[in-house]
Design a protein around this ligand. Structure first.
Ligand SMILES: NC(=O)c1ccc[n+]([C@@H]2O[C@H](COP(=O)([O-])OP(=O)(O)OC[C@H]3O[C@@H](n4cnc5c(N)ncnc54)[C@H](OP(=O)(O)O)[C@@H]3O)[C@@H](O)[C@H]2O)c1
Length: 204
């Protein structure tokens, strides 16, 4: 398949690129600074900044699916998340979008106390993440909501669950970035959650 990765220089995005290449796909890495992406066979790096209208849309032309690990820092305008979601939703046939557990369609999944704490901690991007989720879902995309991301090795034990099947819990389940990358690529290869909100879980 031809897979594009938005946020290809990010801590999760670079693992998504690596996983997609490992699985034999043709990969298009979108990066604000292409020099930050390690070259590889079957990898094309395209300069794209979602704050520049049209650049991400042009970069994903002709791909089968886009996997997004887009994220903003506190210094960035959170509306970038919404712009990225809008651009991909209108330009790509399919989008799988990484976002945070407890936000958007999973608001309430961590119970009232943890939920309120998370909302306070992540207030900078809270509203934008919810809107970006909605944009993606309205366009038939898949959201992958994850708890705190870790750099631990992936044990092959992860799975996606429909948001509606998740039982709220106060302690957020952690998620290895490598596991998120593997689940997103698997979902790209074999869509099981097209047009759905999901939660990534990694039982111990
Ligand atoms: N941290 C957690 O525990 C956690 C938990 C659940 C979900 N998440 C979410 O998962 C996602 C990925 O997290 P992460 O920690 O892997 O993120 P990250 O390392 O901060 O990477 C973010 C990526 O987004 C790119 N980006 C930022 N602004 C851009 C723009 N205007 N145009 C194009 N690309 C842009 C960055 O590119 P540059 O290299 O150019 O900056 C980078 O590649 C985020 O949405 C995050 O909120 C995080």
């Amino acid at each position: 398949m031809k897979i594009a990765v938005l946020g290809a220089t990010g801590r999760t995005g670079r693992l998504v690129v690596a996983r997609a290449l490992e699985r034999g796909h043709e990969v298009v890495a979108l990066a604000r600074n292409p020099a930050d992406v390690e070259p590889s066979d079957r990898l094309r790096v395209v300069q794209a900044d979602v704050a520049e209208p049209g650049s991400a849309a042009a970069a994903v032309e002709g791909v089968d699916v886009v996997l997004s690990g887009l994220g903003v820092t506190r210094k960035q305008e959170p509306a970038i998340l919404v712009e990225g979601a809008r651009e991909l939703a209108s330009a790509a046939p399919r989008v799988i979008w990484l976002t945070s557990l407890g936000m958007g369609s999973t608001e309430g999944a961590l119970g009232a106390v943890t939920g309120a704490l998370l909302k306070r901690l992540l207030r900078h991007e809270w509203a934008a993440k919810g809107v970006a989720d909605r944009v993606l879902r309205d366009a038939g995309g898949t959201t992958v909501h994850a708890g705190p991301l870790t750099d631990k090795a992936y044990q092959g034990n992860g799975f996606l669950l429909h948001t509606k099947d998740f039982k709220p819990r106060a302690l957020p389940p952690t998620a290895p970035r490598a596991g998120i990358a593997a689940l997103m690529v698997t979902e790209a290869e074999t869509p099981r959650f097209a047009d759905a909100d999901t939660i990534a879980l990694f039982p111990r």
